[in-house]
Write a protein that binds this ligand. Structure first.
Ligand SMILES: [Ca+2]
Length: 357
């Protein structure tokens, strides 16, 4: 019975921890959207303390500028404030020649914020043009596309206990094609609530307007199928457990189980000859968007990764000794069993972690 309890708590664990890991080699969430006509672009993918003058990635060709209003400052991970709300102002003009009239503006952020605050904060970004103060809200809905989870390396005492942050790729657009007289420069002021961290920003201006949208991912289609929405929110949110079976939606997606009906088979731990193993069934061709990791701990030393699988790629053994990953076809699924790297340990737990790549 004790073992069963341990197993049960493990299953809950494996759900709750799916966002708790850094993504190795993660790229900026800023996108190079295909835009129409003449285009000018400036972007910043490193707004940390090591870049105090907010130098764009390629300053010789990118002419946009950024100013950050206090109490925002460049912290180790990105722009940040822990004493109050702050803002940034990003400017972009059509110069140098050949110049054109701006019909389309795209503004992006790679940011994370305190879940207790609303985002966007204080009405979101406002655009002014031709050195004026028009303060136009975005003319199209905000696009949220892309997530990147990073370790908490801030070293800020008040953030102790927070393992990681989920950064989001955010896009706003303005249609300026109807502005009388034309537009030749824009300034976007973006308000941020306290505890908002911004790693990257990008502004694109274009001579022709063409609305851009986020590509529909397999995960969004899956949400649409089961929850009639593509949004990562409410009952369809990655960390929601709509059918209350202890498996959050993202874990259900990764295991290929239904998020609206109790799953038949769940990850299960077994002990044989003093060695623990974890078994679970995956779709034969799992989502390319996910990373699977099997980890073990003896409680004292933290979690050790035993095996990793990126999307459709094969399992890679990360433990000591030879691989203890066994994959067998079973009822239209792949039954995966991962053995622990040690045997005979008195206190040992294993878990399956599923994260977006
Ligand atoms: Ca569930």
């Amino acid at each position: 019975m004790t073992f069963f309890r341990a197993l049960k708590s493990h299953v809950i664990l494996c759900g709750c921890l799916f966002l708790a890991a850094p993504i190795a080699g993660a790229q900026s969430l800023l996108k190079a959207y295909p835009l129409e006509g003449d285009v000018r672009t400036t972007y910043w993918t490193f707004l940390a303390s090591q870049n105090p003058y907010r130098i764009p990635n390629s300053p010789t060709t990118m002419k946009g500028t950024m100013v950050v209003a206090p109490p925002g400052y460049g912290a180790s991970m990105g722009l940040y404030s822990w004493t109050g709300n702050y803002s940034m102002t990003v400017k972009q003009a059509v110069n140098p020649a050949p110049t054109f009239r701006i019909h389309h503006v795209v503004f992006q952020l790679d940011a994370t914020w305190d879940p207790a605050t609303t985002f966007p904060f204080n009405g979101g970004p406002k655009l002014s043009f031709n050195d004026g103060n028009q303060q136009l809200a975005a003319t199209l809905p905000m696009i949220v596309d892309g997530t990147r989870v990073v370790d908490n390396e801030t070293g800020i005492p008040e953030m102790e206990g927070i393992d990681s942050f989920a950064y989001r790729g955010i896009t706003w657009q303005w249609d300026l094609s109807a502005v009388a007289g034309g537009v030749n420069n824009v300034s976007i002021q973006m308000p941020f609530a306290n505890h908002t961290s911004v790693v990257g920003a990008r502004i694109d201006i274009a001579s022709a307007f063409q609305e851009i949208g986020a590509p529909v991912t397999a995960l969004q289609q899956w949400r649409q199928t089961h929850f009639q929405t593509m949004e990562n929110a409410g009952a369809a949110a990655d960390d929601a457990d709509y059918d209350r079976d202890g498996l959050p939606n993202l874990v259900e997606y990764g295991l290929g189980t239904s998020p609206v009906a109790w799953a038949g088979a769940r990850p299960a731990m077994e002990m044989e000859g003093g060695r623990l193993s974890l078994s679970f069934a995956l779709p034969v061709s799992p989502s390319a968007e996910l990373r699977y990791r099997v980890q073990a701990t003896d409680v004292l030393t933290g979690w050790t990764t035993l095996a990793t699988k990126f999307g459709t790629q094969p399992w890679v053994w990360n433990g000591s000794g030879s691989s203890r990953v066994v994959v067998t076809p079973s009822g239209g699924k792949s039954l995966v069993t991962v053995g622990d790297e040690v045997s005979g340990a008195p206190k040992r737990q294993m878990r399956l972690e599923i994260t977006p790549q």
